[in-house]
Ligand binder design. Structure first.
Ligand code: ARG
Length: 465
């Protein structure tokens, strides 16, 4: 890495770069992972230059072959990355020139590293978005399968983490599905703004060569070209937007994690996370810790941090390119890597989750989860809702004192609170009656969960077409 090679910009300098400054300003240690996108961008640039007559066809062919060889050297681990050559762009160009001579020196005609790096990041991010959306789909499918299997499984629904009303476990899984659906939508929307070609902006003002930017865009699969060269080289809003969508996605994942961690505890005991996704304790032999959801919850912090890092990186910069922008890469890479890892491990884990149906149902029987059903029943008998609320409140107080759930009280006991209560009350006081009654789009009834599963499958398959 310390090997000295002539810097492509050394012409106007009389003194060599300070060794520490060289290491401090270099980005090759982290931007080398952009090599494939850099090479693809260079091939398209050379092809465009030959089309408009700036490069000869012979030079173009030599450049493309040479770049293929550089790529092979990188992928086989042969290429010696040099810190003296600063970044991935100059390393590749220097190696190309060493391989093919003068044609290599012509590649950089009509471009700058400023528009080159902006292009590379957009190509990289476009790929990452596609991978992440595919990873979201895998997790969504695991959730749909679970929802279908557990469409009638009853669990307590919570507000304020206090038992509120019974819900079905399938319905709960589909709530997560919906959040992920919006996360995917946000990323797909962000991709539209990522997939615009900045190449041709050159350093900041454009270039005097007769370039054909639309052609380069077409070669690289971009949807269009940036409309202002100063903007094209300097703004990283597309990366910030991606990090914003990623932060929301991880915030959702963190909430799922919090629930799984609670559910896997001995106090809830609603689910069993497979052993292969947990670890033990070095001191407490009985422990089985839900490490995967805990780590995903923890990793949300760095993804949120990366968003703030990029916002802060951008906020004080005058137009156009500034070296500050070199700092965009590590937060961006870390965000994409973290999101992909979290989604992958979650899709695998959710597909293997064991649901403890009896425990959930038992928990739903505690905490008077059908109190609202009793109030609604009283309303049906002609009592105003506020009065019904009062009546049921008294029945609950009696239940707390006697240790009985509403469904366990006799008709005579219930009638002490309102003589209008009849034998038919027991159909609404059961958990099954309660969930089955919420039978509308968005409701928790098993019949609705099954319909929602079908709609969810349809939405995913429609997106693939
Ligand atoms: N390594 C640089 C970056 O990541 C490439 C662009 C450098 N441009 C420059 N004028 N120094 O942003």
């Amino acid at each position: 890495m310390t090997e000295q090679r002539a810097k492509p910009w050394a012409g106007r300098f009389t003194e060599p770069t300070d060794a520490f400054v060289e290491a401090f300003t270099a980005s090759v240690g982290f931007d080398q992972r952009l090599y494939r996108h850099d090479i693809d961008g260079s091939k398209a640039h050379a092809t465009m230059l030959a089309k408009v007559g700036v490069l000869s066809v012979a030079d173009r062919d030599q450049i493309i072959q040479g770049l293929d060889q550089v790529q092979a050297e990188i992928e086989s681990g042969q290429l010696q990355w040099s810190v003296a050559l600063e970044d991935v762009h100059m390393n590749i160009e220097a190696r190309l020139t060493a391989l093919i001579g003068d044609a290599g020196k012509r590649l950089h005609t009509g471009r700058s590293r400023n528009d080159q790096v902006a292009t590379d990041i957009r190509l990289y991010l476009r790929d990452e978005i596609d991978f992440i959306v595919a990873d979201i789909r895998r997790l969504q499918i695991a959730l749909i399968n679970l929802a279908e299997r557990e469409a009638s499984t009853i669990m307590p629904g919570f507000t304020h983490l206090q038992v509120a009303q019974p819900v079905t476990f399938g319905h709960h899984m589909l709530a997560w599905f919906e959040m992920l659906q919006r996360d995917a939508d946000r990323l797909i929307d962000c991709r539209k703004r990522v997939n615009i070609l900045p190449l041709g902006s050159a350093a900041l003002a454009g270039t005097s060569y007769p370039i054909d930017r639309e052609y380069t865009a077409q070669l690289l699969g971009f949807d269009g070209v940036t409309q202002n060269s100063l903007d094209g080289v300097s703004d990283r809003d597309f990366a910030i937007e991606f990090c914003g969508a990623a932060a929301l996605l991880m915030t959702h994942m963190s909430r799922f994690s919090e629930e799984l961690i609670l559910w896997a505890s001995a106090q809830f005991d609603f689910v069993d996370i497979p052993d292969s996704f947990c670890t033990g304790s070095s001191i407490m032999p009985q422990k089985k810790n839900p490490d995967v959801p805990e780590l995903v919850r923890g990793k949300t912090g760095r993804v949120n941090g990366n968003l703030v890092a990029l916002l802060t990186l951008m906020k004080g910069q005058p137009l156009a390119y500034n070296k500050d922008n070199q700092e965009d890469k590590e937060p961006l890479f870390d965000t994409a890597d973290t999101v992909r890892g979290s989604l992958k491990v979650y899709a695998d884990m959710m597909a293997a989750l064991t649901v403890k149906r009896d425990n959930m149902e038992r928990a739903a029987l505690q905490g008077f989860s059908t109190a609202t059903d009793l109030a609604d029943y009283a309303v049906g008998k002609g009592i105003a809702f506020r009065d019904a609320h009062e009546i049921v409140g008294k029945a609950v107080r009696y239940g707390v004192e006697t240790g009985k759930d509403l469904a366990q009280m006799s008709l005579q006991e219930l009638q002490k609170f309102s003589p209008l209560i009849g034998e038919d009350v027991f159909t609404v006081l059961t958990l099954q009656g309660s969930v089955a009654a919420r039978n509308h789009v968005g409701g928790t009834a098993p019949a609705q969960v099954k319909l929602a599963v079908a709609r969810a499958r349809h939405r995913l398959s429609a997106e693939q077409n």
